[in-house]
Ligand binder design. Structure first.
Ligand SMILES: [Zn+2]
Ligand SMILES: [Zn+2]
Length: 282
């Protein structure tokens, strides 16, 4: 069934070639990505030249709106990634990717997210190129690009991005180590989409999730994009029946009319272990 959009164009504000991985899944549901060359780096960048001022969610929506304004499209798409140690496990790097779909036809904004440990994100301070060998190997260089800056960096200092060539990398390390007051160069994985095949894979997966979500119309207002958004807690305890600290139901909702529907847990579970019950196991 075709989606209820009079104009299938979706503006994508990007400088980083993301349309290659986002377009196929959206084409399957009849939407066409229009890449708009907008400098979204002004909203904040991975390499840290611009301070981030808004939350990731606000940033990704603002990016989508930039593309819509530049192109006149009623639909807009943008992605936003952050990388860092796993908030629960620590040390293990995780990749958190958001995708925003702004739909001015139905007056709704969908933001989907994906958390993955399949990332090459890492960073190290080195004195010489030979100290960077381990990082080069484990980061998937040169298919995955690297970035080099002085370890003690100040505004206006050189940042070498998109390094995929060993000679250029060695030159950048030497230059940045000399420029840094501590004699160290900071070498990092370049996480921009077109420089990072691992990130491209996550983006492709997220585009499929979005296409699937848009294929489901709201049962109340028929806007596209009805799907799981949050959960209700309080699964009844098997022994005493009191609400325990576990998900009781999945909640599907519509971002256009705010209609909500409760669905049973997808694993079919209807009772909680007494161990998770504040009454039986205070
Ligand atoms: Zn609705
Ligand atoms: Zn109990």
């Amino acid at each position: 069934m075709p989606l209820p959009y009079p104009d299938p164009r979706v503006a994508l504000a990007t400088l980083h070639g993301k349309e290659r991985v986002l377009a196929p899944a959206l084409a399957e549901i009849g939407l066409r990505i229009e890449p708009v060359s907008v400098d979204t780096d002004a909203l904040g960048t991975f390499s840290g030249e611009v301070e981030r001022t808004a939350s990731a969610r606000d940033t990704v929506i603002a990016k989508a709106r930039l593309g819509m304004q530049a192109s006149g499209c009623a639909l807009g798409l943008a992605t936003e990634a952050s990388f860092g140690p796993d908030p629960i496990v620590g040390f293990v790097p995780v990749h958190h990717e958001l995708i925003a779909f702004v739909d001015d036809v139905h007056g709704q904004v969908l933001v989907l997210e994906n958390l993955s440990r399949e990332t090459n994100w890492q960073s190290k301070a080195v004195r010489t190129a030979s100290e960077a060998e381990t990082l080069m190997l484990s980061s998937g260089f040169p298919e995955h690009a690297l970035l080099v800056r002085p370890n003690q960096a100040f505004a206006g200092m050189p940042v070498h991005k998109g390094l995929r060539d060993r000679a250029a990398l060695e030159h950048a390390i030497a230059e940045c180590a000399t420029a840094s007051s501590d004699g160290l160069a900071r070498i990092e994985t370049d996480m921009r989409a077109h420089m990072n095949p691992s990130r491209m894979r996550q983006l492709r997966a997220l585009a499929s999730q979005l296409a699937e979500r848009l294929s489901t119309p709201c049962p109340s207002c028929s806007a596209p994009g009805f799907g799981r958004t949050h959960a209700h807690f309080g699964l009844p305890c098997r022994d005493c029946g009191e609400p325990a600290d576990m998900v009781r139901a999945e909640v599907w909702s519509c971002a256009a009319c705010h209609f909500e529907q409760e669905h049973p847990r997808s694993d079919g579970r209807v009772e909680a272990d007494p161990g998770a019950c504040p009454h039986c196991n205070p």
